[in-house]
Every structure is written in C-alpha cells, then in structure tokens.
Design a protein around this ligand. Structure first.
Ligand code: C2O
Ligand code: CU
Length: 389
C-alpha cells in the first residue's frame, strides 16, 4: 500500500499547482511511481530503463511536477506492475479547476479495482493461472470500490451526483449499470468533453477515467445497485463469469428532488491537425505459442526486441492501431493526450482528450497525437497489466 491505505491517499491539487511527493520505498523489492495521464517531465515518468532508475529497497525519490490540466489522474508503480498494482499500489490524483462550473455539490471519487486471495487468505500468487492467465489478464475475485467490497453510497433521490470514476484494476473491465439509470458523461481522461453525452451503461477499461453526473431516482428509503455487467473482452470474460454487484446506492428519506438545473458544460477543443500528420501503423498480434509461453507483439516485434517509434519535437502523428488478437487491449500512451479520430482523421464526436483507449479484438483505432514538448522516451502499452508485463 501507499501510506498504509488501499487505495493510496487521494492527492488533491488545483490546476497549476506544483505537486511534490516525497516517496520512500519500504518494500523488499524495487518500485517506482508513474503518474498516469499527467503531462510530467520525462524524469518524473517512473519507467525504469527509460525515464528513471528503479527506486530500490530503502531508497527514496522526490517527484516534483506541475499539474497543468484539470482532471482525475492516478498513480501506480511501473515495476512488476501486474503484481504491484494487483496487490494494492495505486491511488488517485484529482486536479481541480476552481472555475469548472459544474456546480454539483455531491461529488465523489470512485476508485474501481479488484484483488485476489488464495485459499488460505494470502494474496494470490502473481504467477497464478500460468500462461492462460497471462493471456487473459488475471482478475482478482474481490471487486473493490474505494478499497471496499460493495460499499453503500447515500444519496438524495433525484439529486445530481458527480462521480469521478477511475479503473485501477490490473485487468478487469467495468461495464457499469445503475439499474438502467442514465449516466451523463461530462469528461474523460484529459478533462471535459466538448459536450456531454448520455449513456445507460458505461464501459470503463483499465486506466481510463470518466466524469459523470447521475441522478439516482427512486422512492425515498429504497436502494439501487450499481452493477458490473458482463462485457466480452475475449474468451473467458463472459463464460464462467457473473454480473457483480459493486455498490449500493441508498436513497435517503428526504423528499425527492425534482427540479435540477445543470449547467451546460462545453469546452472548446482544437484537434491536432490531420493534414501533414505522419502515418504510423501499429499492429498487435499474439502468434501461436512457442516454447510454452505466449508473447504479444507490436508490428511483429516482441517487447524485448522493440525499438522506439520515433517522433520529432512538434510533430503530429496519425497512428493506426490494429488489434489482430482475440482480446481487447486498453491502449495507453504516457506523457501526452491524444484524440481518437476516424480513418480519415476526423475526430470522433464529442471531442475529448484521451490517454487510454480500448481497442476491441479484431478492430482498428485511429489516433492523432502531437509531441509538442517534453522530449524523451515515453511508453506505450496495454493497460491489462499482465499484457504489459
Ligand atoms: Cu497507468 Cu504505463 O501506465
Ligand atoms: Cu492487452
């Protein structure tokens, strides 16, 4: 854990603040902290061999950076990440803009995760499940919301609630359903959308964040259940699985709130220019098992042979990311936000900045990204952490 709590402490900052974290490693193994989604300088990005040395047992490191964009971010190690994150090293970083204008008093952060134990109650061996577990991406059997199994959130019927949702699970996808009630999505990874969208069910893949407004509706005194529905991210994700009840929403006995004026949320977003963008193809494959283990590849190259994709400072690139495997992969880029576009480079609507996007099995995503500042070597990886490993 970070500071003895699971999840780690929610770090709160105002946009423009300088954040200084005095990190001490008291584990018996090396680790680092990566600030997922934050536009940090490369020295603060936490990837051994690329951006910072491992912080060894007993060592410390001072993370120091300015938070320039209001949104919900999170932090986690970048060493043995399937194990270290799976065992509980993760926490939120909430960067707020005092002028954000949403005006919903009831706001909460929901950290979604899971954890696995074996029969004698100790943390599940990170090697459990063997190579099939690796290929699937191991999920812990206990689903957690802010570190608890099935907590209760008290709400006044009809009153809007703002939920800042983040999926910190090592592999699990959360396909959220509040008994069919509507989620109004106002933001994602990199802050507000250009305009809100409505959803009856909300898919939050590992690493992603969603900023939503819900108005839990029902008779005062009754309860609603937030469920994680079955989502097919590849063989094994709907077979032998069941819907999980993850949180209870208990409506108070206060009178129902009927009149609500939500502010019209909109944001001016300028997409990266498609004209002149350098095309970069990326294809994910999982060739048939050799020597007893499976190995994901990007453009035919396994990670241990991979050379970095290259970009010039100031360059915009158009990445065509094809997932040729039978599994979904939530694709994450460090250090920069990108925009998901169609095959002709037109932004998907409404526009929004992403740092993690799910690429369904046998599907292709197109993204535009501008490397306008902060030279360095930045990681791209799947956020199913067994795949990343
Ligand atoms: Cu959550 Cu390499 O990232
Ligand atoms: Cu993956």
């Amino acid at each position: 854990t970070y500071n003895g709590s699971l999840p780690g402490p929610l770090i709160r900052a105002t946009v423009g603040n300088r954040v200084i974290v005095h990190f001490v490693n008291e584990l018996d193994e090396p680790t680092t902290i990566h600030w997922h989604g934050v536009r940090v300088p490369i020295e603060m990005d936490g990837v051994p061999g690329i951006s910072q040395p491992e912080v060894k047992k007993g060592e410390s490191f001072t993370y120091d950076f300015i938070v320039r964009d209001a949104s919900l971010y999170w932090y986690h190690p970048h060493v043995m990440s399937a194990a270290q994150v799976g065992y509980g090293l993760y926490g939120g970083l909430l960067v707020e803009d005092p002028a954000d204008g949403v005006g919903v008093a009831d706001t909460t952060t929901l950290v979604l995760s899971d954890i696995g134990f074996d029969k004698n109650g100790t943390l599940e061996d990170s090697e459990s499940g063997g190579s099939a577990g690796m290929v699937f991406g191991r999920e812990g059997a206990y689903v957690l919301v802010n570190g608890r199994t099935r907590p209760t959130l008290r709400a006044r019927a009809g009153a809007p609630q703002r939920w800042r949702i983040v999926n910190m699970a090592k592999s699990r996808f959360f396909y959220l359903d509040l008994e069919g009630q509507e989620f109004v999505v106002i933001g994602q990874d990199g802050g507000f959308q250009a305009s809100p969208t409505k959803a009856d069910i909300l898919l939050v893949t590992p690493g992603e964040r969603y900023d939503v407004i819900v108005r839990p509706t029902g008779a005062p005194g009754s309860t609603l259940v937030l469920r994680a529905m079955l989502y097919n991210r590849g063989y094994g994700s709907i077979e032998y699985r069941s819907v999980e009840e993850i949180m209870t929403v208990a409506l108070t006995n206060d009178p129902v709130v009927t009149k609500v004026d939500l502010p019209a949320i909109s944001r001016e977003i300028t997409p990266p220019a498609f004209a002149g963008a350098t095309p970069v193809p990326m294809v994910f494959t999982l060739p048939p098992q050799e020597a007893g283990y499976s190995e994901f590849r990007i453009n035919g190259v396994p990670y241990w042979k991979a050379k970095p994709f290259r970009a010039e400072l100031g360059e915009t690139q158009f990445w065509t990311v094809t997932n040729d495997t039978d599994w979904d992969h939530p694709f994450h880029l460090h250090g920069y936000f990108f925009m998901v576009v169609d095959e002709k480079g037109a932004p998907l609507q409404p526009m929004v900045w992403k740092d993690t996007v799910n690429i369904p099995m046998k599907a292709t995503a197109h993204i535009l990204v501008t490397f306008d500042e902060r030279p360095g070597t930045w990681m791209i990886h799947c956020h199913i952490l067994d795949h990343a490993e």
